[in-house]
Design a protein around this ligand. Structure first.
Ligand code: ZN
Length: 173
């Protein structure tokens, strides 16, 4: 597994719900946590690792403590508004202002199959919304303000050119 970079089409896949917590799923979730920490991220969705299931890992504290793997997460309530700058491990060098809800309530399952009812605000609420967007194939470039879109347009084109070149090299090998 590795972290896919925009515009890899697999980032646009809509992830399917997890139906069973298997040993394979636990192992892949562990690899995702390693990928997230290596990249110094605070969240990673399975779709970003080319695995289209509704699972994400997150650790906004970076303290490697507590619950970090969430299965079939759903935002059941959101309130307030917040406009802050966000980046994404799949869009290196792209940072833009993204409107989000200030607070969310989330329902999810842990690796033991227990249903969790979670509340978050501020940065943590932002991480939930960002990662759940990934599970629906939605990226920050879809939601950033028009001013941020303009500010990032050169970098986005660069990433598209790098990807195209990478695909061409792979094909010629
Ligand atoms: Zn992201």
């Amino acid at each position: 597994m590795n972290i896919l970079i925009y515009p890899d089409p697999r980032l646009r896949q809509k992830a399917k719900p997890v139906k069973e917590i298997t040993e394979d799923l636990r192992e892949k979730a562990e690899v995702m946590l390693q990928l997230m920490y290596q990249a110094e991220g605070i969240g990673l969705a399975a779709t970003q690792a080319g695995w289209p299931v509704r699972l994400l890992v997150k650790d906004p504290t970076g303290e490697k403590a507590g619950e970090r793997v969430y299965i079939n997460p759903v935002i059941i309530h959101q309130e307030g508004e917040s406009l802050e700058e966000e980046g994404c491990l799949s869009l290196p060098g792209v940072f833009g202002k993204i409107p989000r809800s200030e607070k969310v309530k989330v329902s999810a399952y842990n690796l033991e199959g227990d249903e969790l009812a979670l509340e978050a605000s501020g940065l943590e609420a932002r991480v939930w919304q960002h990662e759940i967007d990934h599970l629906n194939g939605v990226l920050i470039i879809d939601k950033m303000t028009p001013a941020s879109s303009i500010a990032n347009s050169r970098r986005i084109k660069e990433l598209e050119a790098i990807y195209k070149e990478g695909v061409a090299i792979t094909r010629s090998l």
